[in-house]
Every structure is written in C-alpha cells, then in structure tokens.
Design a protein. Structure first.
Length: 116
C-alpha cells in the first residue's frame, strides 16, 4: 500500500488548509482500515493529531480539538484533515498512516508552515 499526502504549504495564523492522503496499491477493504495523521517537528516527539476508525469514530489531540477535522472517503481511498484557526505551533511535517491487514503504512509527509 502506498500513501500520497498532499495539501501542505504556507498559511497565515488564523487561516485554514486541508490535507489529503490518497491510498493506492494492494488495498483490501479500505473501509475496514483505521486511518490517521501524525505530525513531527524538530526536537519534539511525534504527536498523534487525529485518527478515524473504520466506523468513523474520531479522536483528536487536545491541542487541535475544535479546530481540526479528520474524515474519510472510502470510495476514493482517501483521508482528509481539515485544519482551521491555524496557529504557528501547528507548524510541522504531517504524516498520514493507515492500519491494514499487512500492518501500518505511512505517507511521505507534507510540510505545513503557519506564519504569525
């Protein structure tokens, strides 16, 4: 399974951005997979930002609750992360992942930079 993340970029504080992550390859029942996003900044531990289960139950880090929304489109084998009210501390490389029968697959990461 390959994951292609996109949508990162430079945005001003208070702005919005949507990340996408498309899965391809040997996918068996994308709708049965757990999906999510981590982020990583230099010198800090990797942080789980949001996750969504096969039943679309979502979970968020306290730091993004009320601002970020994770969603999935099973017909397109794609997950999204809608990010609103962005803050400079959201600056990071964002990685998508999915958990399938063969284990966990990771995307290549997409950079988000939020300027103050």
């Amino acid at each position: 399974v390959q994951l292609q993340a996109s949508g990162g970029g430079l945005v001003q504080a208070g702005g919005s951005l949507r990340l996408s992550c498309a899965a391809s390859g040997s996918i068996f029942r994308f709708n049965a997979m757990a999906l999510g996003w981590y982020r990583q900044t230099p010198g800090k531990q990797r942080e789980l930002v949001a996750s969504i289960s096969s039943g679309s139950v979502t979970n968020y880090a306290d730091s993004v609750k009320g601002r970020f929304t994770i969603s999935r489109d099973n017909a397109k084998n794609t997950m999204y992360l809608q990010m609103n009210s962005l803050k400079p501390e959201d600056t990071a490389v964002y990685f998508c992942y999915l958990v399938g029968r063969g284990g966990t697959s990771w995307g290549q990461g997409t950079q988000l930079t939020v300027s103050s």
